[in-house]
Design a protein around this ligand. Structure first.
Ligand code: SF4
Length: 451
């Protein structure tokens, strides 16, 4: 048997994990937030790429079989998703199954935590299963604000990026619509049924309009959904305590991983709003602007003109991208807010200022902790009635969040709870959320809701 050297392992990582063209393949998207994943698949289809959102969580046992228990929970869930999908395809197609026909999408992020390692670990596991070494892993990185070079043909990158970003914002808005209407629905189950249909409709809309320059058809469809969604609200139901949800992006967005925490909060009398997915995309772009600014200053001090020029170029490039994202996001939220009062999203610069002003954490440390801590603080100042921090058990940035946000919220007299998940069911989990909602209700009775 041929000996596998370290060099071979590195070669595999660069040859079979990276930015590859998905043309001619089935592009497999893991589900994080349900609606956003389906809309993104619609965008890919609009650009002629056959994409599919994989069934999720059903392969958890497989994910666990190929991990040691020390990995981050999202890594285990997504590994289970791809392994189960491949297993079912092999069974379905028999001799016609060809792993080369698939490409698995697993982006990454740089920085101190382990999200950058998921796709490498998944590569090692896929390589250990006969035939699955042929399944390439397409990856994008936060290191360059999720640049699409190599994944999408150059002439289409700009349009694709615009539409993909729009799909993320629209996904967030449909989620917010659900959380706005479900606690006040006229009949039980109406909101869920309506949002399921809305998701299908918007996925079709993205498939249909994505490749064209004019995206107004997507907005029109969204407005129609907002208009109809509002009708589900029973105006006789009094307003409920408002809860802000922060935490690790995958588990707080993935319903099965977080055992549908928001539904439990609603069951005990709350209305909850989760942090958005666009927040993370805006943050990665903001981070590039911040780093380019630092590089510019440092190189200017040392009089390194070539590096100064490069830093200035990066600064302008990412600033323009961020500016575009904010304009686009605000436009879509404002359009929908003409019909229903969903919460707008915050700007990342605003969050950084809140941290600096209160001197409690720094963007220099990075990770989602800087978003979660500052968002919790913002919610508290705005008068939210409680904060829930949802995260995978053992998640490093979320434990940092907890260590800072918990005492901070106690000082501000805002109810706060940490809820961590690892796939097991905690017998006292629901009771803890119920007690938290009782505290949130008391806060609501004395302080009211945010204006
Ligand atoms: S944020 Fe938490 S769960 Fe995600 S990779 Fe980092 S440590 Fe793991």
């Amino acid at each position: 048997m041929e000996k596998v050297t370290e060099l071979d392992t590195f070669r595999v990582m660069s040859e079979r994990v990276g930015r590859f063209s998905p043309q001619g393949k089935t592009f497999l998207i893991p589900e994080m937030n349900r609606i956003g994943a389906h809309l993104l698949a619609g965008v890919f289809r609009g650009f002629g790429i056959n994409s599919k959102v994989m069934e999720t969580y059903e392969g958890l046992d497989l994910g666990k079989e190929f991990t040691s228990g020390k990995e981050c929970f999202p890594c285990v869930v997504t590994l289970g998703d791809i392994l189960l999908f491949m297993k079912k395809e092999r069974e379905r197609l028999g001799d016609r199954f060809d792993p080369e026909n698939y490409m698995y999408f697993m982006p990454e992020s740089d920085g101190p935590c382990r999200f950058g390692m998921y796709n490498k670990y998944h590569r090692i596991v896929l390589d250990s299963i006969p035939g699955l070494d042929k399944v390439k892993i397409a990856s994008l990185s936060s290191e360059d604000a999720y640049s699409l070079d190599g994944l999408i043909p150059e002439e289409k990158i700009r349009d694709f990026r615009k539409t993909a970003y729009l799909s993320i914002v629209v996904g967030d808005i449909i989620d917010r619509l659900l959380w706005r209407i479900r606690p006040y629905e006229r009949e039980e189950g109406m909101a869920d049924k309506f949002i399921d249909e809305a998701m299908k409709h918007m996925t079709e809309s993205f498939s249909k309009h994505s490749s064209g320059k004019d995206l107004s058809g997507i907005l029109k469809d969204l407005v129609e959904i907002a208009r109809e969604g509002k009708e589900i609200i029973d105006p006789h139901i009094p307003k409920k305590p408002l809860i802000g949800v922060v935490g690790e992006i995958y588990v707080r967005s993935h319903l099965k991983s977080n055992q549908d925490t928001i539904r439990t909060l609603e069951k005990y009398g709350g209305e909850a709003i989760n942090a958005s997915v666009a927040e993370w995309i805006n943050y990665t772009t903001y981070e590039q602007v911040r780093l380019a600014k630092i590089a510019f200053r440092l190189n200017l001090k040392r009089f390194r003109l070539k590096e100064v020029k490069e830093a200035l170029f990066q600064y302008l490039k990412y600033n323009l991208t961020l500016f575009y994202q904010y304009i686009q996001q605000r436009k879509v939220y404002r359009t929908v807010r003409n019909y229903i009062d969903i919460e707008e999203d915050h700007k990342i610069g605003h969050l950084e200022k809140a941290l600096t002003k209160n001197n409690i954490f720094s963007f220099e440390v990075g990770t989602e902790a800087c978003l979660s801590i500052s968002a919790a603080l913002e919610h508290a100042h705005r008068g939210y009635n409680g904060i829930v921090n949802i995260f995978p058990f053992t998640c490093m940035p979320s434990n940092i969040t907890s260590s800072i946000a918990k005492p901070l919220m106690a000082k501000l007299h805002v109810p706060y709870i940490d809820v961590s998940y690892d796939g097991s069911f905690q017998p006292g989990g629901e009771a803890a959320l119920r007690t938290f909602m009782y505290q949130a209700y008391q806060h609501y009775q004395t302080q009211g809701r945010p204006k």
